[in-house]
Write a protein that binds this ligand. Structure first.
Ligand code: PHE
Length: 453
């Protein structure tokens, strides 16, 4: 283990670590994906299962990634090679890199939509539009070719620029200010939304469970959403943890990040669903849900112009702090394993992701009828990355830490060589040895239809 790590970039402070990690976790997954997926899967019952997964599976997986990253100080592929030399565990790392390609491709498309919505806010494009006109506006925008493509590339460019600069000076500094502002704006939206006439139905949809709507695939989708939202199962947090200093408390960080992420998702739900019902939008209407609902809410608010503008700017920032964390997985891998310069690695990574990204953009227009297993390219990447790659990655990650790594190394890393108490370790080990892997395996096999209970 004699690689020279002294020149590695690292996060400067405790708050910086939480801001960057929470910045990765909090993003379109909470505000765009959570409401649409919950809407398609019955609402409240989905929410309860989701919360259970965050607690029992998500946090332990997150902590396991922190352990792997910080103890190895390596990219996702190198980490497994260092902790398990000569063993095939590095395949988990490769799978993570593949998942990063898939996620970045479709996620950047949606992030690009957010830029269009900033532009529309700026020119006051939502003003005076009825709910159905806003719906048409969304559909004709995503159904066009050049604008969504343009925004896709702008967003990919922004992400690459930050990654080239290195993480800690840009991101750490800005997320600290911008994330709290996003929270405040979301609260303002919540207040307006729950006071709309007819809002009660939306709250009921989100909070009164109807378990008859739950099937095996719903459960898998809830698991996938919890992984996606927490940024776990593909090595983003392994990569980030490799930049965390040795005196940070990993257990506390995992708990704070998971709680912040979950809180924002629930808040987004409380903002969206009352409006969905108040404006007669179908909760299961898919990827457009948030983009159709939010402008309706803004139109009903005094100062809607400003709220809308600031909100979409912040959503862009939230998305950006997530896309950089995904691109960083690939770039750190290229730099450390293929010995490429950071700039070149970024260009190659962003360039190749963009090829798939273009197909995702066109999934709403000229390639809308090109289906694989009944999914457009966009839907296929969205669905399989979250519901297949991430749960499988998470499964192998916990198995690796629980059954391959020795207990002493875990104690040492999580307690910072005995500096911290970390009394939760026996419970954590029990969960990652038995509960989490069995639960993930079972839900996965059942969800994809390989077993049937
Ligand atoms: N967690 C991010 C979000 O909710 C998305 C993401 C997934 C980021 C996987 C990194 C890895 O928006």
């Amino acid at each position: 283990m004699s690689d020279n790590n002294t020149n590695r970039d690292s996060f400067g402070s405790k708050f910086g670590v939480i801001a960057a990690t929470a910045g990765s976790a909090i993003g379109l997954g909470n505000i765009w994906r959570f409401p649409y997926v919950a809407g398609e899967n019955g609402g409240a019952a989905f929410l309860i299962i989701y919360l259970g997964f965050v607690l029992m599976i998500g946090i332990p997986v997150m902590l396991s990634e922190f352990f792997i990253g910080r103890s190895s100080q390596k990219n996702v592929f190198g980490a497994f090679r260092r902790l398990a030399p000569g063993r095939p565990w590095y395949l988990i790392g490769l799978m993570g890199v593949v998942a990063a390609f898939m996620i970045l491709a479709f996620y950047t498309v949606v992030a690009g939509w957010t830029l269009e919505y900033i532009y529309q806010s700026l020119i006051d494009g939502f003003a005076g539009q009825s709910a159905s006109q806003l719906n048409d506006m969304y559909n004709s925008f995503i159904g066009s070719t050049w604008r969504p493509l343009l925004w896709f590339f702008v967003f990919m460019g922004l992400t690459s620029a930050i990654i080239m600069a290195g993480v800690h000076k840009g991101i750490e500094k800005y997320t600290k200010i911008l994330m709290p502002v996003l929270l405040l704006l979301l609260l303002a939206l919540v207040i307006r939304s729950v006071t709309l006439p007819g809002a009660g139905k939306g709250l009921e949809f989100l909070f009164r469970p109807d378990f008859s709507k739950i099937g095996p695939s719903t459960i898998l989708v809830a698991l996938g959403q919890s992984f996606f939202s927490l940024s776990i199962g593909m090595g983003t947090l392994i990569t980030y943890a490799s930049y965390i200093r040795k005196d940070e408390n990993l257990g506390f960080t995992a708990l704070s990040v998971a709680m912040a992420d979950t809180f924002i998702a629930v808040l987004a739900g409380v903002a969206i669903f009352p409006a969905v019902f108040a404006f007669n939008i179908e909760p299961g209407s898919g990827e457009g849900l948030v983009y159709i609902t939010l402008p309706n809410i803004f139109n009903q608010m005094p100062g809607g112009y400003f709220f809308s503008l600031i909100f979409f700017i912040l959503l862009t920032v939230a998305a950006l702090t997530s896309t950089i964390s995904v691109l960083e997985v690939i770039v750190a891998f290229f730099v450390e394993e293929l010995k490429l310069k950071r700039r070149i690695a970024t260009v190659i990574a962003a360039g190749s992701v963009s090829v798939i990204g273009v197909l995702c953009v066109l999934s709403f227009s000229s390639m809308a009828e090109t289906k694989i297993f009944g999914f457009t390219v966009f839907q296929l990447l969205d669905f399989t990355s979250a519901n297949i790659f991430l749960p499988l990655g998470g499964l192998f990650i916990v198995l690796f830490v629980a059954w391959y790594i020795n207990r002493k190394a875990i104690d040492k890393e999580l307690s910072n060589k005995g500096e911290l108490k970390a009394g939760y370790i026996p419970f954590y080990l029990f969960v990652i040895k038995f509960i989490a892997p069995l639960a993930i395996a079972f839900i996965f096999l059942q969800g994809v239809g390989l077993i049937n209970f």
